[in-house]
Design a binder for this molecule. Structure first.
Ligand code: PFF
Length: 452
């Protein structure tokens, strides 16, 4: 292993599971289905596929190359590649700050999910009347203590995995959880598709409606592609530094991207047929999972109870492997500053939990909801920054560095494992995407986002 901290994944399979674990998360199961439905189903899907494979996957490969080439954390990697321009370190710092903010908001939503898993298990959700789910959610999420308890529990679990180490913690947990996640999701899909009236849900997800695909929808597709693949913030630089030296970066990236995409689509298949079969509103937006789905589960009787437990467990596990990658990026950076790994993980967790708790207090009618920054509650502000602004900005800077400042010979050498893997004409195509297509697309979407 050649990382500065001496950590690394033991095999390509382990690396794929860990990176897919980072990619597959709340973004796939909670966010993708409702934006896909909102912006025209199949029409959105077409644009999304292009962004995922032509920009997201290209960025992932680029981050892997930077990480493995340098064996450094995301801040030190840039100046190590071009020592005469130390200012590029700033891109790594911006990525790290973004990771910190994403982790804070991620913890809040993961805390809600863990609470809903608990309430499914104990039967609390089953006892709520249909019309009361909206109220139940807002009362819970706006309360002071209960969300904080679940945020704390979730974070403790995440921190313990990080303390376990890269191979014995992250890799082992991902190898265990990712297959479980796929099985749980497939079970849900089969059940959902066999309900009466399920076909309407499938049509909602796949039938293209180009009238709904607005400029805002295209922006959402790009933001979602970056967020879902965990690219642009340096997390994949960190995981790249843990890749085995003989790992084929192209193959690994294709596997992770296909896996992430498939799980997003399967999540839509698990959710919408059930929503339609039970006559509920598919445009529930962000509240779909916490306010509409529990109603759907309740209307399915005893089977619905199991469905509910499985669904929230699935969501919590997916969130866990993603939160792990965010905390790992922060921990790796701090531990490369000569702080021990355990101390780094604990210090970073302690810092991020403060922001997560403040965001939770600011949500809805929470005790700090009156406190506004730029006219927004803290939760809304974090959501906006991490959902639409910071990831594309960081991604743009990363790709400009990669395409225009890093030496092409280094890139080709790393992609081909020092000439031992045949990459054929792919290099030419890849380089074209990296230098022109990805930065221009990112820039256009960012500028149009600003004008929106
Ligand atoms: N990819 C994760 C999801 O789809 O939920 C979220 C995420 C993890 C974003 C790690 C960014 C990141 F660096």
């Amino acid at each position: 292993m050649s990382t500065s901290t001496g950590e690394g994944f033991s095999s390509s399979f382990g690396a794929i599971m860990a990176a897919a674990g980072s990619a597959v998360g709340l973004g796939n199961i909670w966010r993708f289905p409702y934006i896909c439905g909102k912006y025209g189903g199949g029409a959105f899907l077409l644009v999304y596929i292009c962004f995922v494979f032509l920009i997201g996957m290209i960025l992932m490969m680029s981050e892997f190359v930077i990480g493995r080439r340098t064996g450094e954390d995301s801040v030190k990697a840039y100046p190590k590649l071009i020592p005469h321009r130390p200012g590029w370190k700033f891109v790594g710092v911006a990525g790290l700050v973004t990771c910190f903010l994403i982790l804070a908001i991620y913890l809040v939503i993961s805390g809600w999910t863990t609470n809903y898993f608990w309430e499914s298990l104990t039967g609390t959700l089953a006892g709520i009347a249909d019309g009361d789910f909206g109220l139940h959610f807002s009362e819970f999420a706006s309360s002071a203590l209960r969300p904080v308890i679940f945020i704390g529990l979730f974070l403790i679990l995440t921190t313990l995995v990080i303390i376990g180490g890269v191979e014995k913690g992250i890799e082992r947990v991902s190898k265990l959880l990712m297959p479980i996640l796929v099985v749980l999701l497939l079970v849900l899909c089969v059940r959902s598709l066999t309900l009466d009236g399920a076909s309407k849900g499938v049509a909602y997800l796949f039938q293209p409606d180009f009238t709904k695909l607005t400029g805002e929808g295209i922006l959402a597709a790009l933001g979602q592609a970056l967020f879902s693949l965990s690219v642009g913030m340096g997390v994949m630089i960190v995981y790249g530094s843990y890749l085995p030296k003989d790992d084929n970066i192209l193959k690994t990236s294709v596997w992770i991207t296909v896996c992430d995409f498939a799980i997003a689509v399967l999540s839509g298949i698990a959710i919408f047929p059930a929503v339609f079969a039970c006559g509920q509103d598919p445009t529930g937006g962000p509240g779909l999972v916490y306010q509409v789905l529990p109603m759907v589960f309740n209307s399915l009787g005893a089977v619905g109870r199991v469905f509910s437990i499985v669904f929230f467990l699935l969501l919590a596990l997916a969130a866990l492997t993603s939160a792990i990658s965010l905390l790992e990026a922060l921990t790796q950076w701090l531990s490369s500053e000569k702080v021990g790994r355990t101390a780094s993980a604990i210090l970073m967790s302690a810092a991020v939990v403060l922001l997560a708790v403040a965001a939770s207090f600011s949500f809805g009618d929470g005790i700090w909801s009156g406190f506004k920054l730029g006219g927004m509650q803290l939760f809304e502000l974090l959501d906006k920054l991490t959902g639409t602004i910071l990831p594309p900005v960081c991604a743009l800077m990363t790709i400009i560095f990669f395409g225009w400042f890093m030496r092409k010979e280094d890139i080709v050498d790393e992609l081909s494992n020092h000439g031992t893997v045949k990459v054929g004409y792919f290099n030419v195509f890849y380089y074209f995407l990296v230098r022109f297509v990805a930065p221009i697309a990112l820039l256009v979407v960012l500028i149009s986002g600003l004008f929106n």
